[in-house]
Design a protein around this ligand. Sequence first.
Ligand code: FAD
Length: 339
Amino acid sequence: MLRTDVTVIGAGPAGLFAAFYVGMRDLTVRILDPLPEPGGQLMALYPEKYIYDIAGFPKILAKDLVNNLVEQLEPFKPVYTLGERAEKLEEVDGDFHITTSSGNTYVTGAVIIAAGVGAFEPRKVGCAGEAEFTGRGVYYAVKSKAEFAGKRVLIVGGGDSAADWTLGLKDIADVTLIHRREQFRAHAATVNQMIAAAEADEVRILTPYELKEVRGDERVREVVIFNNATKEETVMGVDAVVILAGYLSKLGPLATWGLEMEGNKKIKVLDGTMRTSRPGIFACGDVASYAGKLPLICLGFGEASIAANYAAAYAHPELKVNPGHSSERDESPTPAPAH
Ligand SMILES: Cc1cc2nc3c(=O)[nH]c(=O)nc-3n(C[C@H](O)[C@H](O)[C@H](O)COP(=O)(O)OP(=O)(O)OC[C@H]3O[C@@H](n4cnc5c(N)ncnc54)[C@H](O)[C@@H]3O)c2cc1C
C-alpha cells in the first residue's frame, strides 16, 4: 500500500490548502473525505454563492474557489481518497495507520485534521415520500441553478439558504417557499427582499406551513403541505422539492482518537503550531479550536499553511519548518516521488 508522508482528513478549503503546502515541501500527500468531491461545505452547501472575504478576490463563487484550490494543488499529484470517512487511528512503528469506513487502511507519517464541522448530512423533514424521491426530485442543496430552470420548485426552510435560494431561483423557476414558523431565521435584509418579491408576485411564501408528503412516479409530481395552525391541507403540483432545513454534523469517530477536545465538536490546538494533544497530529480550519478562533475560510488558509509545514517537519525532521518564499521556486513545481 502506498504510504504518504502526510494525510489530510477533510477536503474542504482548509484541507485542500494544507495539502497544497505539503506538496510545496516536496512531500507526498493523501486527502480523505466521505463526500464524492472536494470542497467541503462550499461544494456541499453553497457552490453557487459568492464569497466576498477571500483576500485578493473582490468576490468569488464558492465552486470557483474550490476549483482554483484543486488546480493549485494539482501539480503535486495528491492522492484523493474520496467516498471514505476516516474512522480509526493506530500508531505502528512511528507511522499512523488510518482505517476508513470502507475498511481500507492508509499509512502516513503525520496527520492533519481539517474535518470542518465533521461529516455532515442535511437535516431531513421525515415525511412520507421524502426518502423515496431523494435524487428523483427531492434535493438538499442547489448545486446547479440550471437544473431548476422552468420548473415548479417548492423550497422548505426558514434560514439563510432557504431565503437565498428563494431569491436565487425566482428568475428562472416558479418558486414557492414554505416555513413552519411565521418568523424567518435568515438575515433581515434577505427576508425583506423575499417579502418584496412575494408582494410583486415573483414568488409565493406560505407560513406556518409544513411538508406532509411527497408523491410522484419516476419523479416528484406533487406534494401535500399543511398549515400547522389550522391543519388545512393543500395538494400542489411541483417538479422539485428543495429541503434547506440546515444540516446535522458530528465529528463522529475523530472524537474518539484521544485528542484533547473543546466540547464534542472541536479539536483543541495547543499552540501556534496547530499541534493537537497527540504528537504528529495537527488540526486546521473550522475543526481547530483556540482562544480567539473565528470560523472563516481566510483563517483556515493561514492555519492550514502552519499545520502543513509543522506536519512536514514532523514527518521529515530534516526539513526546516519555515518553507521560505514560494516566489523563489521554479514556476512549475514538480510532484514529489511516491514511495
Ligand atoms: C451557507 C454558508 C455560507 C458561508 N459563507 C462564508 C463566507 O462568505 N466566508 C467565510 O469565510 N466562510 C463562510 N462560510 C463558512 C465556511 O464555509 C467554513 O468556514 C469552511 O468551509 C471551513 O472549511 P474547512 O475546510 O475547515 O471545513 P469544511 O468546509 O467543513 O470541510 C471539512 C471536510 O471534512 C470532511 N470530513 C469530516 N469528517 C471526516 C472524516 N472523519 N474523515 C474524512 N473527512 C471528513 C467533510 O466531509 C468535509 O468535506 C459559510 C458557510 C455556510 C454554510
